[in-house]
Design a protein around this ligand. Structure first.
Ligand code: HEC
Ligand code: HEC
Length: 326
C-alpha cells in the first residue's frame, strides 16, 4: 500500500467510526421515556392555576403569545391571541435560528395526548420524540411539581383555538444534535409550602427563569457565571442592548439594599396598564425582562423570590444594564 492509500484507509476508518458514533447518538438519544398515560381533568381551580403560571409566574406568555406593538420595559401580550405562537427574531438579534415559537392552542396540540404535552414541557421532546431546542426552558421545567405541570396542560386545553401562522422552528444541525443530550426525563420535586419562603423562592427563581436570564451563559447556553450576578446581553427593539442585572444580595452592585417592599413595588409598577403607555425611544433605557407577566405574581410568590435571593452568595460585579445604540 502506498502512503496515500494508507492515509485513505485511515480516513475511511475514521469516517466509519464517526458514522457509527452518530448512528449511536441518533438511536440512543434523546433518552426519554414514553409519554405518561394521564388524563387531565379541567377543573376550574386547575385551569386558574395554569393561567397564573402561564401568564404570570412562569411567563410562558412572553415567548408563546404575539405581542402588540413593541413597548418599553417588555412586550405587551396580545390577549386576544394567547398561545398563538410568536416570531421572536433571528440571527440579527443574536439568536441561532429563526425563532418561531409554536402555537400551543388546540389548533396545534389538539391531536396530542395530555401525556405528550406534559412530557414536552418537562422532558423537552415533541410528540414524535424529537428533542426540542432548549431555548424553550424545559431544563428548568423538568423540576416542576407535577401539580403545576398538570395545571399548565389543563390551561392549554381550555384555550380557544388560534390559527397557526408560523412554520415549525428549524434549528441548525449542530443544535439539533446537541439537544439530543439535553432532553431528558423530568426530575419532579414538590412545590415547597408558602410557609417555607426561602424554599418556595428557590423553586420559583429557577422555574420562573430568573436564574436562566440572570446567570451569565456561554455561547452554548450553559450557565457559567456566578448565579444571579447578571451579564447576559439582549438586543432591543429600538436598538442598543440590555444586560441582565446583578440580583445577588451585594449592597452596591446587587439588590442587597432593597427591602422586600421595594422589590415587590418594582414589579407592580411595570404592569401592562403602565407599560402600554410607553413606546420604545431610541437612546432611552429598555429591557427584555418580562416585567408585565411577573407584575401579576402574588405578593407571596414575589416575596418568596426576594427572601431566597437574599440568601444566595453576594457578588460585587457592577453591571451596566442598558447601552444606547452607537
Ligand atoms: C424563552 C422562550 C420560551 C418560554 C419562556 C417557553 N417556551 Fe415553550 N417553546 C419555546 C420554543 C422555541 C419551542 C419550540 C422548540 C423546538 O421546537 O425546538 C417551544 C415549545 C413548546 C411546546 C411544544 C410545542 C410543539 O408544537 O412542539 C410546549 C408544549 C411548550 N413550549 C409549552 C411551554 C410552557 C407551558 C411554557 C411555560 C411553563 C413555555 N413553553 C415557556 C419557547 C419558550
Ligand atoms: C428574559 C430575561 C430575564 C428574565 C426571565 C428575568 N430577568 Fe430580571 N432583568 C433582565 C434584564 C435584561 C434586566 C436589566 C434591565 C431592567 O431593569 O429590566 C433585569 C433587571 C432585573 C431587576 C432590576 C435590578 C436593578 O438593579 O434595577 C430585578 C430586581 C430583576 N431583574 C429580577 C428578576 C426576577 C426576580 C426574575 C424572575 C422572576 C427575573 N428578573 C427574570 C432580564 C431578565
Amino acid at each position: 500500500m502506498s502512503g496515500r492509500t494508507i492515509g485513505l484507509a485511515i480516513a475511511g476508518a475514521f469516517a466509519a467510526i464517526i458514522v457509527a458514533a452518530l448512528g449511536t447518538v441518533f438511536l440512543v438519544f434523546p433518552r426519554v421515556s414514553p409519554a405518561p398515560d394521564i388524563k387531565v381533568e379541567l377543573t376550574p381551580e386547575r385551569v386558574a392555576r395554569g393561567n397564573y403560571l402561564f401568564n404570570n409566574a412562569l411567563a410562558c406568555v412572553g415567548c408563546h403569545t404575539p405581542e402588540l406593538e413593541p413597548h418599553r420595559f417588555s412586550g405587551i401580550p396580545d390577549n386576544t391571541r394567547i398561545a398563538a405562537g410568536r416570531y421572536m427574531g433571528g440571527p440579527e438579534k443574536g439568536l441561532p435560528a429563526e425563532m418561531n415559537v409554536p402555537n400551543l392552542t388546540p389548533t396545534a396540540l389538539g391531536t396530542w395526548s395530555d401525556g405528550e404535552i406534559y412530557r414536552a414541557i418537562t422532558a423537552g421532546v415533541d410528540r414524535d420524540g424529537r428533542a426540542m431546542f432548549a431555548f424553550m426552558p424545559y431544563v428548568f421545567y423538568s423540576r416542576l411539581d407535577p401539580e403545576d405541570v398538570t395545571a399548565l396542560v389543563a390551561y392549554l386545553r381550555s384555550l380557544p383555538p388560534q390559527p397557526v401562522t408560523l412554520p415549525p422552528l428549524d434549528a441548525p444541525l449542530p443544535i439539533k444534535i446537541a439537544m439530543r443530550f439535553v432532553a431528558a426525563d423530568a426530575k419532579p420535586q414538590k412545590r415547597p409550602d408558602a410557609s417555607d419562603e426561602v424554599a418556595l423562592g428557590h423553586y420559583l427563581a429557577y422555574a420562573s427563569a430568573c436564574f436562566e436570564c440572570h446567570t451569565l451563559r456561554n455561547a452554548r447556553g450553559e450557565p457559567v457565571g456566578v448565579p444571579f450576578a447578571g451579564g447576559n446581553v439582549f438586543g432591543l427593539a429600538a436598538g442598543g442592548l440590555a444586560r441582565s442585572a446583578n440580583i445577588t444580595p451585594d449592597k452596591q452592585a446587587g439588590i442587597g439594599a432593597w427591602t422586600r417592599a421595594d422589590f415587590i413595588a418594582r414589579f407592580r409598577a411595570r404592569n401592562e396598564a403602565e407599560l402600554s403607555k410607553l413606546m420604545p425611544v431610541a437612546g432611552e433605557m429598555d429591557t427584555e425582562m418580562p416585567w408585565t407577566a411577573y407584575a401579576g405574581m402574588t405578593d407571596a410568590d414575589l416575596g418568596a423570590i426576594y427572601a431566597y435571593l437574599q440568601t444566595v452568595p453576594a457578588d460585587g460585579s457592577e453591571i451596566v444594564t442598558y447601552e444606547a445604540p452607537q
